[in-house]
Design a protein. Structure first.
Ligand SMILES: Nc1ncnc2c1ncn2[C@@H]1O[C@H](COP(=O)(O)OP(=O)(O)O)[C@@H](O)[C@H]1O
Ligand SMILES: [Mg+2]
Lengths: 290, 268
């Protein structure tokens, strides 16, 4: 006989209905799914490293190559100034910071389409997918930033320009700057994920967008190259504040005002909220059109 | 039916409307047209499906995959859902699993749900069997600690043996299915949705899975079970739901409902 006793029925209730309007993620539920987040990150690592020969080494080669190219093209040929910092250091610092942002943005933007199959078979808070995409880029950032540090100490102690290189107090702001970068990459990535779910061909635009965005960010040039009157235009992009701030912190050169910091914080926050709302709206039925 | 009786699953007038023309990508222009149409037809869309128009939805090119479905499931019951292809069985399970939202109606589920709409959901070829057990388990809603606790049993049930640390891309399809089922068989959620997944794997293993399903129900699990295997439904289920064209035709004892379905199938 079945034990149809009322007290065996769980207290946990799930109500399913059409929910019009906008909503934000349920933090408590996300916390319940933290193991899945961790396993998604692990999946990303393992699948990446078991398949490539060079593995994490690639993370070192790529920024080095790019910085080398930048040094030749923008430093030597175009003669763009680098605030008196050795060009390679200048570029590496910007690229490591930007690299984390760009990769996170791309990962979050692709997360819906890449996990569509999974999402059509099982429920989990959908935002776990972009969150894990962003979390899995920490390792890459760590490696690239270490590379920058190694170069930094080389220049500091073995070259003449070393005397001008010094950390500044802005270093205490670096964690906050990364928080801005994370919020912005998540927010922009979620917006893009929602857009690609609807218009699948936008997925080909993501790489191009990252490229354009990078050139709009002061990575190959210092923001001070821009006339003061127009400088604010660059700083509409919160990543400009982040990159300049990180350079000021580690290289002693960078443009930094409280106004920029405030604008960057506000803009990233707004983008994050918009991204979360758009994503929540999309995730409800996006499986129907896969 | 008394009101104070608590069901594990309560489904009330659940409906799902699908747009037929929009699978895959579409242009901005189409999308704007559609939104405009939607906006103008809001009143139509909010109205419940009409009993007279069959599956045809309120817009051209739309259909009710599920139409005004209501039923209740008691604690510990195994419910079989049968019906021809396209009658809306998977849609029902997807809504109850929170994979997609209903267009109207509600469902209340008391307990944690796990849905098996496919074997080995989220298995990754590069990961080892062991790693996939954890990933798949987490995807199906298990906590890491719970998987730790059941790991030995899962490995044993799967009969994978020493291949447990081999990447699953090197598994034979049989091994793959066995491992996937082994994880599913050790889920501990109170409510389980199974969609025709038992149709794969060899006969002996299928029997083992059916047996396991029966025992899971005996421990107070409530199961919603879609299958084409009428014998399995007859032997496993306490109750049976027969659906046609997105609507429920009959709910009742398998011995009474199954003949309706087999007759309808013969007539067609
Ligand atoms: N994503 C979708 N978009 C449009 N139509 C769909 C979609 N999914 C299912 N359908 C349609 O809904 C109906 C019910 O499908 P389904 O629930 O999968 O049936 P069953 O599982 O009973 O075979 C079918 O006619 C199918 O073509
Ligand atoms: Mg089906």
């Amino acid at each position: 006989m079945l034990r149809r006793n009322k007290k065996h029925i769980s207290e946990y209730e799930i109500l399913i209905s059409a929910k019009p309007g906008f909503s934000l993620p349920n933090v408590r539920e996300l916390w319940e799914y933290r193991d899945l987040l961790f396993l998604f990150v692990q999946r990303e690592f393992i699948s990446k490293y078991r398949q490539t020969v060079l593995g994490p080494l690639w993370y070192i080669i790529q920024p080095l190559l790019l910085s080398g190219i930048f040094t030749v093209v923008f430093g030597n040929i175009a003669q763009l100034p680098t605030d008196g910092v050795p060009p390679i250091l200048f570029y590496l610092c910007g690229l490591a910071t930007w690299g984390y942002f760009g990769q996170s943005f791309e990962g979050a933007a692709n997360s819906l389409v890449l996990n569509a199959h999974l999402m059509s078979k099982v429920y989990f808070p959908r935002v776990i997918a972009p969150l894990s995409a962003i979390a899995s880029k920490f390792m890459m950032f760590f490696i690239q930033f270490s590379l920058f540090m190694v170069c930094y100490f080389y220049f500091k102690f073995f070259t003449q320009v070393g005397a001008h290189l010094h950390f500044t107090n802005t270093i205490f702001m670096v964690p906050y700057l990364f928080l801005i970068a994370i919020c912005l990459s998540l927010g922009a990535g979620l917006l893009m994920a929602a857009a690609t779910a609807k218009y699948r061909d936008l997925i080909h635009m993501i790489g191009f967008m990252i490229q354009l965005w990078m050139y709009a960010t002061p990575i190959i040039f210092p923001a001070t190259e821009f006339p003061p009157r127009w400088r604010f235009l660059i700083f509409i992009n919160p990543m400009a504040t982040v990159v300049e701030g990180v350079r000021l912190a580690f290289l002693g050169q960078g443009y930094w005002t409280n106004k920029c910091l405030f604008a960057a914080s506000a803009i990233s926050f707004v983008v994050l909220i918009l991204g979360l709302l758009a994503f929540a709206k999309t995730e409800k039925n996006f499986i129907d059109t896969v | 039916m008394s009101n104070n009786k608590k069901y594990v699953i309560e489904v009330n007038h659940l409906s799902k409307l699908y747009d037929l023309g929009i699978i895959g990508s579409h242009t901005l222009r189409e999308s704007i047209d559609r939104s405009w149409q939607r906006y103008r037809n809001r009143a139509v869309q909010l109205a419940p499906p009409s009993p007279f128009t069959g599956r045809q939805g309120p817009f051209p090119n739309s259909m009710w995959a599920l139409k005004d479905v209501s039923f209740n499931v008691e604690y510990g019951e195994i419910i079989g859902v049968i019906g021809r292809n396209g009658c809306g069985k998977s849609t029902l399970l997807k809504i109850l699993s929170r994979i997609t939202e209903p267009t109207s109606g509600t469902a209340l589920i008391r307990g944690r749900i796990s849905s098996l709409l496919e074997v080995g959901t989220g298995f990754h070829g590069e990961l080892s069997g062991r790693e996939n057990i954890y990933l798949n388990g987490a995807i199906l809603g298990m906590r890491r600690k719970e998987i730790d606790k059941h790991l030995e049993q899962i490995v044993e049930f799967s009969e994978i043996g020493k291949y447990i640390d081999t990447p699953v891309k090197r598994y034979s399809s049989g091994m793959y299915v066995r491992l996937a089922f082994a994880v599913a068989a050790h889920l501990n959620q109170q409510v389980l949705m199974i969609d025709e997944v038992l149709a794969v794997g060899d006969h002996a293993f299928q029997q083992k899975c059916l047996e396991k399903t029966r025992r899971m129900a005996g421990t107070g699990r409530t199961i919603l079970f879609v299958s084409h295997d009428i014998d399995a439904v007859a032997s496993l289920c306490h109750k049976c739901i027969y659906m046609e064209d997105g609507e429920i035709v009959e709910i009742g004892k398998p011995s009474e409902v199954i003949p309706l379905y087999t007759q309808a199938k013969k007539a067609a």
